[in-house]
Design a protein around this ligand. Sequence first.
Ligand SMILES: [Zn+2]
Length: 484
Amino acid sequence: MKRIFKFLLLALTVLLVVVLYRTFTFKAGAALQVLDREEVSVDPKVLGGAIRYPTISHKAEMIDEEAFAGFHHYLDSVFPLTDSLLEKETINGYSLIYTWKGSDPDLDPLVLMAHQDVVPVEYSTQEQWDFPPFSGSVTDKYIYGRGTLDDKGCLVAIVYAVENLLKSGFKPKRTIYLCFGHDEEISGRDGARIIARTLEERGVRAAMVLDEGGTLSRGIVPGIEKEVALIGTAEKGYISLELSVDLPGGHSSMPEKRTALGILNQALYTLEENPFPERLTPPLEGFVDNVGPELPFIQKMAFANTWLFKPLIYNVYRQSASGAALIHTTQVPTIFQSGVKDNIVPNRAKAVVNYRLLPGDSPEEVLKRSKEIVNDTAVRISVYEDVAIPASPISPYRSEPYERLGSAVRAIYPEAVVSPYLVLGATDGRYFYSISQHVYRFSPFPMEKEDLPRIHGINERVSVQGFENSVSFYATLLKDWGNQ
Ligand SMILES: [Zn+2]
């Protein structure tokens, strides 16, 4: 008995020593190189002006030609050097490729992306804006309007950075492409997809592609006060499944035991009772490794010892919807249709369930798994509207392009914690894996918790300081990549 007790005590001590050792030696990956911040001259009204063109994405066949043409003309007029010195092509009517030719053809090009289109403003919310959403109003502190955060802010900051570098006489060794799609908000199929295909056909292999998607947040990651730069190294996939049941209904005064509505209801319930298992994918493992060392002691200890505390970590993620979405493939019913009158048993019931896939879960597996779980031949399950997008490949975060990107962030925000991340939504970046394995997603505009609902929401805005910093960020990045 005594020996068992002694043995247990020894085992516990060893465990404690290992856990504490790992906690105290827990440090973020590679040290980032220190880059000098590229100073720029910026007028916030230039972004305000860009907001005034309502380049709204409704449907592919409803493009506002005038708005896009006006926007293109506007870019030419406010960035005259870019207009005259870079080659500009219009792709598929509205998308743009700018080519800034480098002097050394042996260096793989750099691709910077953003999208021109914006989401509509819900009519009923128009009155709640402090300034009309397409006025591009500029105050001492903020630039307001639809598209400032998503994604004209990035687009204008990128071209502004190029304009500043051209003015300073900078000539890149490496070719630089600026790629601006026009339909990101409705899938990017006619814009970014065609741009990527065009570059691929020309034999372009890019050293790095940078699109929107990751954020520079302040106070959003619990336990960390300073800025956290989340660089999206992958994005989730997308599929919806349609479940339908056809069963003769009839008069509600003498119903059959099984009804279309009841069966469908049972199927949805069974799916909900069987969520996808939780797991850490490489972007999240990278997040744990890079953000973990900055956390308060107890959390740091958990993150440093995932081999022991994984259930604890999952529990933390599970607390919020956005956290839970990072660790499993989500499923949620989004459409339910059945019935026309209160005294008729419907012949048909139909529902749609939307899935967002973790890297590693394929659309085919999701369909197969759902059929197995529902396990009822009365329920037909098929892919909704033929859209099945697998999760993107995963761009490596232990790589030179990633580290150089992180260094450019640190040039502007020296204290920032830089970390890989999994992007929950879809970006145009996913089309660019055909020309590069280094596709990253990051927008340099600082975001606080209260800014999150502004994306696609009311009073979308960026700060004047944040805009200037963003131009500086792209200029620093371009100079670093352009020099070597
Ligand atoms: Zn966007």
